[in-house]
Write a protein that binds this ligand. Structure first.
Ligand code: ASP
Length: 588
């Protein structure tokens, strides 16, 4: 028997017991004639004490960091207790020990805070996973997983696996492809999601499906994305949008209760996509703080009369002018305001400057453009914004799309600066009524905003006959947003062959192409397809949010780096000539 207890288990109640522990050597400290060793495993750390007698054996073959050892001994009360760890009241007075396996010195410290850089930690991921931080993340992920399964099980969902070697499922990214040896020259695609399969399961009458499943998307890995990531993928039959929102709001409440002990009794707020864009400048508003974008001029339509006609060219000529009233910042210094100007001028934001109005605590107003605006005008602008004494109004002007994006970013940046974006506060909401289509400006064509299986609002199906109306059509599509991050999205689906054909045609697909790629799905719709809809959540991101961290990488056991490489395996890698030949592949 390797051990009687684990390293996180022993307490004062065990004092006097003879025990055997096994684990990894975290630290070795010599103290006079005694040697203290912290022994670690998944459960915790226990202090071992080696006395003079054993010290001679230790000096013959010293213990090093990360050696795997087994130690037998008696549990004793510690004289200097360590209140920081659960086993801190006791130690083991070692009577005998065995070195099970030695270890070379690890390339970074395996402790809460490590000196290892990102790439090094990923190369030695198995060592990084020994650190308490990552261990906690893995435990959290396991618990979220379990909580999700428990809830869905209680609601009658079946977990059904779907294949990985498939044909393309369009979710807006490039496919990863796998060459087929048995069908030379042909390729499978890895699923960007199990979308079409879950819809087919509804046609099969399975009613409620879920799967915690890997999805593969070959995208440029901007900020914190992984080429393979995990979704909680769900689908339901005979449902309307309302049924789905209620079922999955229930899931979130259940998970929050399980994981954070937080009771979310209130219904999650709902906001239309149009309102989100208007008031927050993006479709995933962070509603942990109230500041909203004030639309003073939008696409040349003036909403705040006080701003117009003052002879200030920048405002007079701008397509759009947006403002935010930031609470309590009227005393910003010149230096702080210059910082904000530099911030909006960064290429990612791309504005040429930011105008400010200080609504001073004493009721006076002061602005960077008071050459053009009298104090009365400034007051009017202030009241348009709903600004209070002590607020600082920040104004951005320029082309609609860029200015709206910049205002959204500036709002978040100020929220961050002012500490409004507290990780411990959770503010979920549903964003609903997404547009069905989106204009891909680069290629000047309409693409599906969610995916091509999403149903338009039934009363707007007629608009699909007129391309000039595409931008007006709304879908029964929704996202769940938590603290400014989209953590899931879904839609009510098309379940009728004719409408699905119409959708593919609207997306510029010929009848033949649609039949070739999606004939199986449209064919299935002819054999009695029920109305259905679903949703999928990003599990990695949900875990990171619940863990109060930004990066999803540390919630994935074996992640890839920013270039999509597994630096531990050194993958992707070249394959040898025989393998290429078998696959019928030639490279230039
Ligand atoms: N398949 C969709 C996605 O991956 C989710 C859904 O519509 O259920 O975003």
């Amino acid at each position: 028997m390797y051990r009687t207890h684990n390293c996180g288990e022993l307490r004062m109640a065990h004092a006097g017991n003879e025990v055997t522990l096994a684990g990894w050597v975290q630290t070795v400290r010599k103290f006079g004639s005694l040697t203290f060793v912290d022994l670690r495993d998944r459960y915790g750390i226990t202090q071992l004490v080696f006395d003079e007698q054993l010290n001679s054996r230790l000096s013959e073959k010293p213990l090093g960091r990360e050696f795997v050892i087994q130690a037998k001994g008696k549990v004793l009360e510690r004289s200097n207790k360590n209140s920081k760890i659960p086993t801190g009241d006791v130690e083991i007075s070692v009577s005998d020990f065995t070195i099970i396996n030695s270890a070379v010195t690890p390339p970074f410290t395996i402790e809460e805070e490590t000196d290892g850089g990102d790439e090094l930690r990923m190369k030695y991921r198995y060592l990084d996973l020994r650190r308490p931080t990552l261990k906690r993340n893995m435990e959290l992920r396991y618990k979220v997983n379990r909580s999700v399964r428990n809830y869905l099980d209680s609601q009658g969902f079946w977990d059904i696996e779907t294949p990985f070697l498939i044909r393309s499922t369009p979710e807006g990214a490039r496919d990863f492809v796998v060459p087929s040896r048995m069908n030379e020259g042909q390729f499978y695609a890895l699923p960007q999601s199990p979308q079409t399969f879950k819809q087919l399961l509804m046609v099969s009458g399975y009613d409620r499906y879920y799967q915690i499943v890997k999805c593969f998307r070959d995208e440029d890995l901007r900020a914190d994305r992984q080429p393979e990531f995990t979704q909680v993928d769900c689908e339901m039959s005979f449902v309307e949008q309302e049924d789905i929102l209620n079922t999955f709001e229930g899931l979130f409440k259940h998970v929050f209760k399980d994981i954070k002990g937080v009771e979310m009794n209130e219904a999650f707020p709902r906001m239309t996509y149009d309102d989100a864009m208007w008031h927050y400048g993006n479709d995933k508003p962070d509603i942990r703080f109230e500041v909203k974008i004030q639309n003073s001029k939008v696409n040349n339509e003036v909403y705040c009369a006080a701003l117009a006609g003052a002879g200030f060219k920048v405002f007079d000529e701008a397509e759009t002018i947006l403002m935010i009233a930031v609470p309590g910042c009227s005393e910003y210094t010149r230096k702080q305001l210059d910082e904000l100007t530099d911030w909006v001028k960064r290429p990612q934001i791309g504005m040429s400057g930011v105008v400010n109005i200080k609504c001073n605590a004493d009721g006076t107003y002061k602005s960077s453009v008071d050459k053009f605006y009298s104090e009365d005008k400034l007051k009017e602008i202030g009241s348009f914004c709903g600004a209070k004494a002590g607020d600082l109004i920040l104004i951005l002007a320029g082309a609609e799309t860029r200015t709206r994006k910049a205002a959204s970013e500036l709002r978040l940046y100020m929220g961050e600066r002012l500490g409004y974006r507290d990780h411990a506060v959770y503010k979920p909401l549903w964003v609903v009524d997404f547009p069905l289509f989106e204009l891909d400006e680069e290629n000047n064509r309409w693409v599906a905003k969610h995916h091509p299986f999403t149903s338009p609002k039934p009363e707007q199906i007629g608009l699909m006959d007129d391309m000039s109306k595409y931008g007006d059509i709304k879908a029964n599509a929704y996202d769940i947003v938590l603290n400014g991050t989209e953590i899931g999205g879904g839609s009510i689906r098309i379940f009728d062959r004719g409408l699905q054909e119409k959708m593919f045609a609207a997306l510029g697909m010929s009848k033949e192409e649609a039949q070739d790629k999606f004939g199986f799905l449209m064919g299935a719709f002819e054999y009695g397809a029920p109305p259905h809809g679903g949703i999928a959540f990003g599990l990695d991101r949900l875990c990171a949010l619940l863990g109060g961290q930004e990066s999803i990488r540390d919630f994935i056991a074996f992640p890839k780096n920013n270039s999509g490489r597994d630096v531990m395996l050194d993958a992707p890698s070249f394959i040898d000539d025989t393998q290429k030949k078998e696959l019928g592949l030639t490279y230039k």
